[in-house]
Design a protein around this ligand. Structure first.
Ligand code: AMP
Length: 505
């Protein structure tokens, strides 16, 4: 039966004995294992009562099985909903309540903590999947049939919902269709020249679009292989390079590897491509990398809602500090953020994009969706930038005061709300401050009651149970007043300037 995305993938599958994933623990998953494993899992999902369009929420540690589960959901006609492993039960409650999944798959060690949350949200089944092929879900998978007739799904049906946050602090579920994912991956395979010979170093998380869709779908459609590492580990990456051909990373990967004594032209000789995205790569990092290895990092630009939009060229100049050209089939333009009117070439404004890569809207938020699209179908990205004379897109800043730390988005409002709720706090402003390792360090500027004894340590300690680690401030600074403009808005740009050297002093 026609299951659009899986058909695109399986039509291009290489021989069944070709390795798809070599895991860090030595386990090898072939393309044949992938086909049989995803069929078994799809059978289990079906036996749990999953129907076409049902959401399957997943918060598990990175493993080949966690990735196979993505494909199983696609084949079963379900909507895959991966969740950041750092999210606390309080945060998970929001996602389960909003997405109303039929099944929630979590880490075996977290089940006791998450069961009450899932019950409160009316989730029908909670299953577990661990990193050693363990858990209640895997027990059922072992007993399931390796044959499955795919559920019929068309190009516009949903394949996944990925949550991204809004400046209001509420996360929004970006609805991605089968064709959003398939079309973008097919474009990237060609644009970046991926083939069956490619072996990708995969050290990204697989709950985010970068490690999940960009990396995985591209390698799947090319029939290539991946080395799976649980997280960024510079020594392990250096050891794998002689057996790999490419790597996709966030800028932190490159700044960390630049500190590795083993990074030389010889060590990177077997590699053909280094790709960076998810956050701005400093032009300085690009230059240093080239000087140390002879490779020009290829920077690209995308977002959860749109998949990949632009990329520096494979052949031709990979210009440091730019994100390259709109991908084939993708239109990008710059508009006046106030009026929405097109701006002359070279002028800074709001980046807008249109193409088969652009999502179907925010889950159960029709008004929010409508507000972020122009009448002619262009999506308003929220990123500010310009297109230069040669057609290269430059990103100059984020319209929404988003902080990107280690490649992860941190929305200040969410952190501010937590801090403001603490006894003794009057108000707070959370900003991103340049940080050599993380790109930006989450920084909280807090106004407290004169009588309060609250200090930096106490604020950070109070947040550990409330927020994922990557959202927690690295520093908390106390001030008498926050700077404000005449309209009463907090001037975050002033704060950023004031504390610009906080992490470099
Ligand atoms: P996410 O939805 O987590 O993928 O985050 C998307 C946001 O990351 C974009 O809207 C941009 O603000 C930022 N981003 C992604 N790639 C780049 C890049 N190469 N340079 C600068 N910002 C980027």
């Amino acid at each position: 039966m026609a299951c659009y995305l899986h058909d695109v993938i399986s039509r291009r599958a290489p021989a069944a004995d070709k390795v798809f994933i070599e895991n860090h623990d030595g386990a090898k998953i072939t393309y044949g294992d992938l086909a049989a494993g995803s069929a078994r899992m799809a059978n289990v999902l079906k036996s749990l009562g999953v129907r076409p369009g049902d959401r399957v929420a997943v918060q598990v540690e990175k493993s080949p099985e966690a990735l196979i589960l993505y494909l199983a959901c696609v084949r079963a006609g379900a909507v895959f909903l991966p969740l950041n492993t750092a999210y606390t039960p309080a945060e998970i409650e929001y996602f389960l309540g909003d997405a109303e999944p039929w099944v929630f798959v979590c880490d075996p060690a977290q089940k006791a903590r998450l069961d009450p949350v899932a019950a409160k949200c009316g989730v029908a089944h909670v299953e577990t999947l661990g990193v050693r092929r363990d858990g209640s879900f895997m027990d059922q998978v072992a007993a399931a049939s390796p044959d499955f007739e795919d559920v019929e799904r068309g190009p516009d049906d949903l394949a996944a919902i990925l949550y991204t946050s809004g400046t209001t602090g509420r996360s929004k579920g970006a609805m991605l269709s089968h064709d959003n994912l398939a079309s973008n991956a097919l474009t990237l395979v060609d644009y970046w020249r991926f083939t069956e010979k490619d072996v990708l170093i995969h050290a990204l998380p697989i709950y985010h679009t970068h490690g999940l869709f960009v990396a995985t779908n591209v390698l799947l459609l090319a029939g290539g292989s991946m080395f799976f590492l649980p997280k960024l580990d510079a020594d392990a990456i250096m050891r794998l390079m002689p057996r790999a051909t490419c790597m996709m990373g966030v800028p932190t990967f490159y700044t960390r590897l630049l500190q590795h004594p083993g990074l030389t032209p010889e060590a990177t000789k077997h590699m053909r491509l280094f790709i960076s995205g998810s956050a701005p790569l400093l032009a300085e990092t690009h230059r240093e990398w080239r000087a140390k290895t002879g490779h020009a990092i290829l920077e690209r630009y995308g977002m959860t809602e749109t998949n990949m939009n632009t990329s520096n060229p494979y052949d031709g100049d990979r210009v440091a500090g730019t994100v390259g050209f709109p991908l084939p089939g993708v239109s990008a333009r710059i508009s006046d953020p106030e009026t929405g009117a097109p701006t002359p070439r070279g002028e800074i404004g709001m980046i807008e994009v249109k193409g088969p890569n652009v999502f179907k809207g925010y889950w159960q938020m029709p008004e929010k969706t409508a507000a972020e699209f122009q009448p002619d179908g262009f999506f308003i990205t929220g990123d500010l930038g310009k297109i230069d004379e040669r057609g290269y897109v430059h990103i100059v800043g984020r319209g929404k005061d988003l902080v990107i730390s280690g490649g992860f988005n941190v929305y200040p409002k969410e952190v501010e709300d937590e801090i403001d709720a603490m006894p003794g706090v009057i108000e707070s402003a959370v900003i991103g401050v340049p940080h050599a390792d993380f790109g930006e360090g989450v920084t909280a500027v807090v106004v407290k009651d004169k009588a309060s004894g609250l200090d930096e340590k106490a604020v950070i300690a109070a947040l550990t149970e409330r927020l994922a680690k990557f959202k927690q401030p690295k520093r908390v600074i106390f001030v008498d007043d926050l700077p404000r403009n005449t309209m009463g808005k907090v001037q975050k740009n002033v704060l950023r300037d004031t504390y610009a050297k906080l992490y470099s002093a």
